[in-house]
Ligand binder design. Structure first.
Ligand code: NAD
Length: 357
């Protein structure tokens, strides 16, 4: 698809092999961008990028296995490619993991972002789309939450993401050449409609839908529902699930809107509709045609009762409105699970760089 000459043409995607990054790469390739990926595969597989290329019918321009905190390696990527804009997905995202390993989370999420900013600065790259999270809101209150709500993160994950936002806001205040679009995702779920790409975290999934999918197909015995005594309609935690395809579509719009002018803008990405854990289980059971066994356990530290977005600002600014429903998310996640019962493990080998062309 042709794009205006003023828009960025080469996009560096950090964490491009991950759940959101891989789906975004498909969209970017489909829309004519040159895509360069860096990822250390700590929560992903290079096979995801092979799938990206199969779906898009185009190659990712270059893929580098590196840790974004490795400034020398990252700088070499900027030396080799004329990067116009960066879409920064690389981070650790497990709330529970962050309670166990807080330093690792601050180091990766905050240290990774500042390392990236150093390389961008050295190479005159000033356009960034940043992945933030509803976790920054924490115990800010019951929704719908808009972007003016003061963040009150409850975990090192949420706090590290909020710190990144504050650093980016400060950079934009001090350096007028920067444009940062900060997208606060609520709960992205679902998969690419082809069934080739989906959410395949390493180890035990921390997000609900891939866990439910693995239980539904028998790969796991049961789901544990943490907390059934929240002040919600059925006692389980309420979140705002938004389809991954809707979520990555917002990133395409973000690339278009990087040219709107300098400074930092923050937008929520959610459907504005809260669903409880039990409602997600019921919706998934309906899709898969089988029961999803679960047990209940006490609330997890750091979890809050409800996080629901008011996402009207991004609708007004960019015309983004989520098109897909919870039933669509379940259908697509289930298709991915059925076609890839062991995730990307055992799928085709990713070619070496010199086998590409
Ligand atoms: P993911 O774990 O699937 O993807 C992150 C990718 O970054 C992985 O491929 C991982 O290997 C890579 N990575 C992590 N640390 C790295 C490092 N130091 N160097 C290089 N690569 C590294 O997660 P995701 O769901 O795609 O999330 C992407 C971003 O969106 C994260 O910042 C996350 O906090 C944010 N987010 C995700 C959700 C969600 O539910 N998926 C919700 C809100 C916000």
């Amino acid at each position: 698809m042709a794009r205006s000459a003023s828009l960025p043409s080469t996009v560096l995607v950090t964490g491009g092999a991950g759940f959101l990054g891989s789906h975004a790469c498909v969209e970017f390739l489909d829309h004519g961008y040159e895509v360069v990926v860096v990822d250390n595969y700590c929560n992903s597989s290079p096979q995801a990028l092979t799938r990206v290329e199969r779906i898009a019918g185009r190659f990712v321009g270059a893929v580098y296995e590196l840790d974004i905190r490795d400034r020398r390696a990252l700088s070499a990527v900027f030396d080799r490619h004329a990067v116009d804009a960066v879409v920064h997905f690389a981070a650790l995202k497990s709330a529970g993991g962050s309670l166990r390993r807080p330093v690792e989370y601050y180091d990766t999420n905050v240290g990774g972002t500042t390392a990236l900013l150093h390389s961008m600065h050295e190479h005159g790259v000033h356009q960034l789309v940043f992945s933030s999270s509803c976790a920054v809101y924490g115990e800010a209150g019951a929704g719908p939450l808009d972007e003016t709500t003061a963040p009150r993160p409850t975990t090192p994950y949420g706090a590290s993401t909020w710190m990144c936002e504050q650093i980016l806001a400060e950079v934009c205040r001090r350096r007028p050449e920067y444009t940062v679009l900060c997208l606060r995702y609520f709960n992205p779920a679902g998969a690419h409609p082809s069934g080739l790409l989906g959410e395949d975290p390493q180890g035990t999934p921390d997000t609900l839908m891939p866990y439910v999918a693995r239980v539904a197909d028998g790969r796991r015995e049961h789901l544990t529902v943490f907390g059934d005594d929240y002040p919600t309609r059925d006692g389980t935690a309420v979140r705002d699930y938004v389809h991954v395809m809707d979520t990555v579509r917002a990133h395409l719009l973000a690339l278009d809107h990087l040219v709107d002018g300098p400074g930092m803008r923050v937008f929520n990405l959610g459907r504005g509709r809260g669903r409880s854990v039990l409602e997600v289980i019921a919706a998934f059971s309906e899709t898969s045609g089988g029961a999803v066994p679960y047990v209940t356990a006490p609330r997890r530290p750091g979890d809050v009762a409800e996080l629901v977005a008011d996402a009207t600002a991004v609708g007004r600014a960019w015309g983004w409105r989520p098109a897909l429903t919870l039933a669509d998310m379940c259908r697509d996640a289930w298709r991915f699970q059925q076609l890839n019962p062991r995730g990307y493990a055992g799928s085709e080998r990713r070619p070496e760089p010199d086998e590409y062309r």
